[in-house]
Design a protein around this ligand. Structure first.
Ligand code: PGA
Length: 251
């Protein structure tokens, strides 16, 4: 895994946007895997800014989101559908038919998850996957567990995730308990992965991701088996990595 450390959220956003911009320039119909949460917001703002400057053309880009809460309709203010349109899609020239976000309301969940995988495959697989990381080491909503699931699946959210995400809802009770998420293999099959982390709260899990064994207790640790992962952190999230790692991949 390559480590890149910047000063703050904006530095991470510019670095991530540089890589995405360059990727789309080389492959205008790139298949992007996208994430939600607080961390990618600055990156999405930076992508919108560059689109407005005429630097990025999203007209042929295809996207697949990592996950969606189960039980929330697309127009629910906290749905990831709503998040993606508010924070990215409605500001850029992406075609609606090229946007894929797991459905939070599919009645036949198993069939739906199979279909999501098939659609990714039909698009040629994910070229560039953007990831955040949960404080418990989840990626997408692949929560720490004895066993991890390979494909897109229905998942019960961990108490830690429900607590962490309750800041977006009026109360803890309103946070959905279930979600649909890409699986570990869906994520690991992406050709290139950018994982973003910022703030003190992520410092411990970032250290564990780099230094623990590869364990289902820290789903993000599996990224060490991938051949093209770049971890972009700010100084706070990377604080435990600074000693001894600078010069070894850190720029
Ligand atoms: P955050 O979420 O960006 O809001 O911290 C990250 C995640 O849970 O993957």
């Amino acid at each position: 895994m390559e480590l890149w450390m910047g000063n703050d959220s904006q530095a991470i956003a510019e670095q991530a946007a540089d890589r995405i911009e360059e990727f789309i320039r080389r492959k205008p119909d790139a298949v992007l895997g996208l994430a939600t949460g607080s961390t990618p917001l600055a990156t999405y703002r930076e992508l919108i800014r560059r689109y407005r400057l005429g630097r990025i053309d999203f007209s042929q880009v295809r996207t697949f989101n990592l996950d969606e809460y189960y039980g929330l309709s697309p127009d629910h203010p906290q749905s990831y559908h709503n998040y993606m349109y508010e924070h990215l899609f409605r500001h850029i020239n992406i075609e609606k038919q090229n946007i894929h976000i797991p459905s939070g309301t599919a009645p036949d969940v198993e069939a739906y998850c199979r279909e999501y995988e098939e659609t990714i495959a039909a698009c040629g697989g994910i070229d560039l996957q953007l990831l955040g990381i949960g404080v418990n080491g989840h990626i997408g909503f692949n929560e720490p567990a004895e066993e991890l699931e390979p494909g897109t699946h229905f998942v019960k959210l961990s108490d830690e995730t429900i607590a962490a995400n309750s800041r977006f809802f009026a109360s803890l009770e309103e946070v959905p308990r279930y979600a649909i998420t890409m699986g570990m293999s869906t994520i690991m099959s992406a050709r290139k992965i950018l994982l973003l982390a910022e703030g003190e709260g992520k410092a411990q899990i970032i250290r564990q991701m780099f230094d623990s064994g590869i364990t289902t207790g820290i789903p993000a640790s599996f990224l060490r088996l991938h051949h093209d992962v770049t971890v972009l952190v700010d100084r706070q999230a990377g604080r435990y990595l600074m000693n001894g790692r600078e010069g070894a991949g850190a720029r």
